[in-house]
Ligand binder design. Structure first.
Ligand code: GDP
Length: 735
């Protein structure tokens, strides 16, 4: 490649038609890391730090130097098409869906994605998940069918059969695009090999081509089969020289991924929550470098030398050292100290970074992933990027303490840093016991985090066995119950009932949210979730655990004055249910009537909170209360002869096989299993298959704990939390 220095790259970044922002997404093991390593190796940008040496080095050594040092980071690539130079910002999207909050977050700043699919395995669950997320964010996919060498070496397919196999994968991907892309984008974004938006190749062997590229260079599948039909590696290397993978992929990216000016026109209306007519939004719609600064932070890293590094996309304006920004979530002003661009694992200082690009910013100590920065002069214009919706939730908790008590401060500091870098890792202190609690997406997530704690911070910890988090919910509709305040002067009349699945889905996906227009909300709920329009219009609160509060009263005196206190009481009640003090999920709380004392002195929080809680809990206990447990999705590949062993392990762990497909001698088993049963799953699967099973996991859904186990589980949680053995009774809340 032609090498460019960071100065040349920065000047290109100012011409926004020459910029592309992309990420690589894939099912685990399909070749995401190998593909990004290949792109990095041929990035065509060198840091001044190595520029001097680079002159003396030949191409290969520079490549090797990068290949070993650069592991999946954010990086800017330089690539030429028809003599024109382009900058491609490649943003790291983490591969593992067990903690996929980060996938969603990084998609937010991309305009295009390279979807990598293993040619032998085809489309798998995580392919579908990441592709769906990509399309929901209006990020345009191009397809890379990887490991084509396996079709020759392992499956021994001829050219005809190979084409058929590849076309089947394209068909499957198009099918998903057809399902998940918005109607107006479906056609335009579907994959068409003859146009060049699909690349076939082998990342490991460094070759790849699109159909137009193959035609231009006189290459076809026969050449591929030839190259792998000898043990001599030279033919494969020839192929890599003729059709290098980076050229194939980056050509496709430049041609099919829109530049930031084009992309922000249709992406901003989707991701920006707030007025589209104000100055911030208008400037973002045009990716205007002269407008007010708006930036979304997707990633926070703790750099031992530089402090906190915030990385994200500048959607409007130009960010410089000294720029004063308002942090919308943290509600605080801060000043930018330094800005830089990524060059492999290095950051290179820059004077300024204009809209449409990815920047690393120093000085924002109060920022966290997902933060929106706006020019401080525009802070009253309000608005932020739409809240991100994670597919996973933290469902497993452990208590940690340092092996060496002297390490306590070190551990606390390290935990703080870890949770800054990984927002899906939640650190809390148990106020009563003083324990440090660490919550994650699954056992594996916590295991990885503990490893990081040890490797990066030198802290060894001892932990309690993992605790699975539950939710409380109800299965029937209750009558109306009266809840009184301790002074008996305030009364609320409340009923509860389960929300239907569709409502829960609309809320969890963010289609329905508390601060939207109530008529719009009511329309959606009526049309899609069987709600009565008038009742839906009276929803006045939706809390983080997917419960809604409906105010069905009319003409109650003083209700308005205490409404904030009332809703705070409702939220507190939702946080710790009556069964086992676990959060309540998926219920509708309806306020039918109320009586409120006229004197504010008699209707403070100390009166209102218990009154609301009493009414809600009495109703709750009378509507078939239950616990919900987190279920995990499993996608297992295993040789046919071990399928019986695998299903036996699953059924011992209350797992359910959802689907099973056979391809050749390998079976793919899709299953669901309670997280609480998954603790030793890995070692059990390994030992029962002699290490021949491979699998991925992701959060699936919340489901009721089977009736036969309910009592036991509730009692265990109560015991662990030091709650009385006896469950509360309705009467406890009616006095
Ligand atoms: P990731 O989990 O998606 O990041 O996948 P990796 O890039 O780590 O690749 C997973 C495995 O597939 C590794 O053992 C790679 O060496 C291998 N691999 C990657 N690309 C190819 C390829 O083109 N052909 C073959 N046969 N193996 C590949």
């Amino acid at each position: 490649p032609k090498y460019k220095t960071s100065e040349q790259v920065l000047s290109l970044m100012k011409d926004r038609t020459r910029v592309r922002n992309i990420g690589i997404i894939a099912h685990v093991d399909h070749g995401k890391t190998t593909t990004s390593d290949q792109l990095l190796a041929a990035s065509g940008i060198i840091s001044p730090k190595v520029a001097g040496e680079a002159l003396a080095l030949d191409y290969l050594s520079v490549e090797q130097q990068r290949g070993i040092t650069v592991k999946a980071a954010n990086v800017s690539l330089y690539h030429e098409v028809d003599g024109k130079g382009y900058v491609i910002n490649l943003i790291d999207t983490p591969g593992h869906v067990d903690f996929s909050g980060r996938v969603t977050r990084s998609l937010r700043v991309l305009d295009g994605s390279i979807v990598v699919v293993d040619s032998v395995e085809g489309v798998m669950t995580q392919t579908e998940t990441v592709l769906r997320q990509s399309l929901e964010e209006r990020v345009r996919p191009i397809l890379f069918i990887n490991k084509v060498d396996r079709l020759v070496k392992e499956l021994k397919l001829g050219p005809q059969e190979m084409m058929q196999k590849l076309l089947d994968i394209i068909k499957e991907v198009n099918n998903l695009i057809n399902i998940y892309a918005e109607p107006e984008l479906k056609e335009k974004w579907s994959i068409n090999p003859s146009l060049g938006n699909v690349v076939f190749g082998s990342a490991k062997d460094r070759w790849g081509f699109s159909i137009p590229m193959a035609q231009k260079k006189g290459i076809n599948m026969k050449h591929v089969i030839d190259a792998y039909s000898t043990t001599d590696k030279s033919k494969v290397n020839e192929l890599a020289a003729q059709v290098p993978i980076n050229e194939a992929l980056l050509d496709a990216v430049i041609k099919f991924v829109p530049n930031p000016i084009e992309a922000q026109k249709y992406r901003i209306p989707k991701i920006w929550k707030g007025d589209l007519d104000n100055e911030l939004a208008k400037s973002m719609l045009n990716a205007d470098p002269n407008g007010p600064v708006v930036m979304m932070i997707t990633d926070m890293k703790v750099d031992p030398h530089a402090g906190l590094v915030a990385t994200g996309r500048v959607f409007s304006g130009t960010i410089r050292p000294g720029t004063e920004v308002w942090l919308v979530n943290a509600k605080a002003p801060q000043k930018v100290l330094q800005v830089s661009i990524y060059m492999g694992q290095f950051r290179e200082l820059a004077d300024e970074i204009p809209a449409g690009n990815i920047a690393a910013v120093l000085g924002l100590e109060r920022a966290r992933s997902g933060e929106t920065l706006i020019d401080v002069r525009f802070k009253d214009l309000q608005g932020s990027f739409e809240k991100l919706h994670y597919v996973s939730e933290p469902v497993v908790t452990i208590a940690v303490e340092p092996k060496n008590p002297k390490d306590l401060t070190k551990m606390i500091d390290a935990l703080r840093k870890l949770s800054i870098e990984d927002p899906n890792l939640v650190v809390k202190i148990n106020e009563e016991t003083g324990e440090y609690l660490l919550s994650g997406m699954g056992f594996l997530h916590l295991e990885v985090s503990l490893q990081l704690l040890k490797d990066n911070y030198g802290v060894d910890v001892v932990t309690t066995p993992p605790i699975v988090v539950y939710r409380e919910s109800v299965r029937n509709k209750s009558q109306v119950f009266e809840g009184k305040s301790p002074n008996k002067h305030n009364k609320f009349y409340i009923s509860v009932e389960p929300l239907n699945e569709k409502t829960i889905e609309l809320i969890s996906t963010g289609t329905i949210k508390e601060d939207m227009d109530s008529k719009e909300m009511a329309k959606i709920l009526r049309d899609q979730a069987d709600w009565d329009y008038d009742e839906a219009k009276k929803i006045i609160a939706i809390d983080e655990n997917v419960n809604v509060f409906v105010d069905a009263t009319s003409g109650v005196q003083h209700l308005r004055e205490i409404m904030d206190t009332l809703l705070q009481g409702y939220r507190l009640a939702m946080r710790e249910g009556p069964l086992a003090h676990e959060p309540i999920r998926g219920i509708k709380v309806v306020l039918h009537d109320a009586a409120i004392h006229e004197d504010p002195a008699h209707r403070g929080p100390a009166q209102i909170y218990p009154a609301v809680r009493n009414a809600i809990f009495a109703a709750f206990l009378m509507s078939r209360p239950t616990l919900l447990e987190p279920l995990q999705k499993l996608d297992i590949r295993v040789p046919m002869e071990f399928v019986g062993n695998v299903t036996a392990v699953l059924s011992r762990k209350r797992g359910k096989v959802l689907n099973m497909v056979q391809s050749g001698s390998v079976a793919r088993v899709l299953a669901e299993i309670p997280v609480s049963e998954s603790y030793e799953l890995a070692s059990d699967l390994r030992s029962t298959t002699g290490g021949r099973a491979f699998w991925g996991t992701e959060f699936s859904r919340w489901a009721p704990v089977p009736d036969s186990l309910l009592n036991d589980v509730v009692l265990k949680i109560r015991e662990r939390k030091g709650l009385p053995k006896e469950l509360p009774k309705v009467e406890d809340f009616l006095t």
